[in-house]
Design a protein around this ligand. Structure first.
Ligand code: HEC
Length: 98
């Protein structure tokens, strides 16, 4: 009986992925997006570069503002105005959470 449940679970899991983009293709697309290099430079100083889909576009400016408050209390480099604008654009335009 256990085996049947495992099989059903696996089928549900696999079919759920059917309409998703290949993660390697998605990664490659992100790498070529405007603002990616700024985001990588500024936002991977303390942790891995976050996925733009973690927040809806409208939420990214306040997330970035909170991160800048952490930067102020650290020895990390804050973004320049141009970098901030570019990286917020990167997270907003690549957010899959519409
Ligand atoms: C000075 C270190 C530091 C830098 C630089 C930094 N972060 Fe963070 N980040 C943190 C810490 C500490 C946490 C965990 C605490 C929290 O969630 O507020 C975190 C958590 C996060 C999270 C998960 C929590 C959430 O709100 O979803 C996201 C997303 C994030 N950071 C985005 C960014 C972005 C975007 C940048 C670039 C602008 C950035 N971080 C730069 C320190 C940093």
């Amino acid at each position: 009986m256990k085996k049947i449940f495992t099989l059903v679970g696996l089928t549900v899991l696999l079919s759920g992925c059917g309409d998703k983009v290949d993660p390697r293709v998605a990664q490659e697309k992100l790498r070529h997006s405007p603002g990616f290099s700024e985001a990588r430079r500024v936002c991977s100083q303390c942790h891995a570069l976050p996925d733009p889909g973690q927040h809806p576009p409208a939420a990214w400016p306040s997330v970035v503002a909170r991160m800048e408050s952490y930067v102020r209390g650290s020895n990390k480099r804050p973004p320049t105005d141009a970098e901030r604008e570019a990286l917020i654009g990167y997270f907003q335009s690549n957010s899959t959470w519409k």
